[in-house]
Ligand binder design. Structure first.
Ligand SMILES: NC(=O)c1ccc[n+]([C@@H]2O[C@H](COP(=O)([O-])OP(=O)(O)OC[C@H]3O[C@@H](n4cnc5c(N)ncnc54)[C@H](OP(=O)(O)O)[C@@H]3O)[C@@H](O)[C@H]2O)c1
Length: 240
């Protein structure tokens, strides 16, 4: 049987790398990062497709290539690439605001637009947008980042409804996943005091591993989750 084809953005490090490791045996992967040099590990049989997602022109080129090369076979999209520049909004440079909006929200919207076109022909497919716990709770010094992540939850719920509105019969699902505090490069930068503060707020008494999120993604792509749609799934150890 031919393997289903899945795009994972931000697959060079952290959650994206763990997701690619988890999915590699079962799926044919299209792995994205800023440049091919970002990858230290590429599972066999995977293809690399790179673009700087902060650049709308590069995103347009990426989506065009995705449709041209994989328009007939694409089954899943994991919009995982993301950036944060933690700062008070008062002092946040406009460039940092634009980069977060572009990478975290605009690029996923454009990639969803391409995927929805493809899925509306095949009548099947799964999109999973990686949001964050702060998209729901908000977080001081992450106002723009949190806004982009809340946007992904609304985007996913809306597209799940849109797939139903446009198709009589279909197996298209759109979801978001909100990780809590997961140990990756992104969280490694935080001051120790901040990390201790978070740890006290996690009932599971540990930070998450990238693999914890990868397990959930694997489930949400599978037939076992066929009735999970248009919702946001938390993977956060009970973080409150
Ligand atoms: N870690 C957490 O605790 C946590 C919690 C909640 C949500 N999340 C979300 O989970 C996702 C992955 O986070 P992570 O912790 O794994 O992050 P990470 O370790 O910092 O990795 C970020 C990934 O995004 C890619 N990326 C960054 N800027 C890009 C750009 N301008 N264009 C294209 N690709 C770009 C990076 O590619 P390069 O290697 O080429 O730079 C890398 O593959 C993000 O959306 C993040 O917001 C993480």
């Amino acid at each position: 049987m031919t393997k289903k084809r899945i795009l994972i953005t931000g697959a060079s490090r952290g959650l994206g790398l763990a997701i690619s490791r988890k999915l590699a045996a079962e799926y044919q992967l299209i792995l994205h990062a800023t440049t091919p040099d970002s990858f230290t590990e590429v599972p066999a049989d995977s293809q690399i497709l790179c673009a700087d997602l902060s650049d709308p022109e590069a995103v347009a080129g990426f989506c065009k290539q995705l449709k041209k090369e994989h328009g007939d076979t694409l089954y899943g999209v994991i919009n995982n690439a993301g950036v944060t520049f933690d700062n008070s909004l008062i002092f946040q440079p406009e460039k940092a605001i634009d980069t977060m909006l572009n990478v975290n929200l605009r690029a996923p919207i454009m990639i969803c637009k391409t995927a929805m076109k493809i899925f509306s022909l095949s009548k099947k497919g799964v999109i999973i947008n990686i949001s964050s716990v702060v998209g729901e709770t908000g977080n001081a010094f992450q106002a723009v980042y949190a806004a982009t992540k809340a946007g992904l939850v609304a985007l996913s719920k809306s597209l799940a409804q849109e797939a139903a509105a446009l198709n009589e019969a279909h197996q298209i699902r759109v979801l978001s996943v909100s990780p809590g505090f997961i140990a990756t490069d992104m969280t490694d930068k935080l001051p120790e005091k901040e990390k201790e503060k978070y740890l006290k707020m996690i009932p599971s008494k540990r930070f998450g591993k990238a693999e914890d999120v990868a397990e959930m993604i694997s489930f949400l792509l599978s037939e076992q989750s066929a009735y999970v749609n248009g919702t946001n799934i938390h993977v956060n150890g009970g973080l409150v």
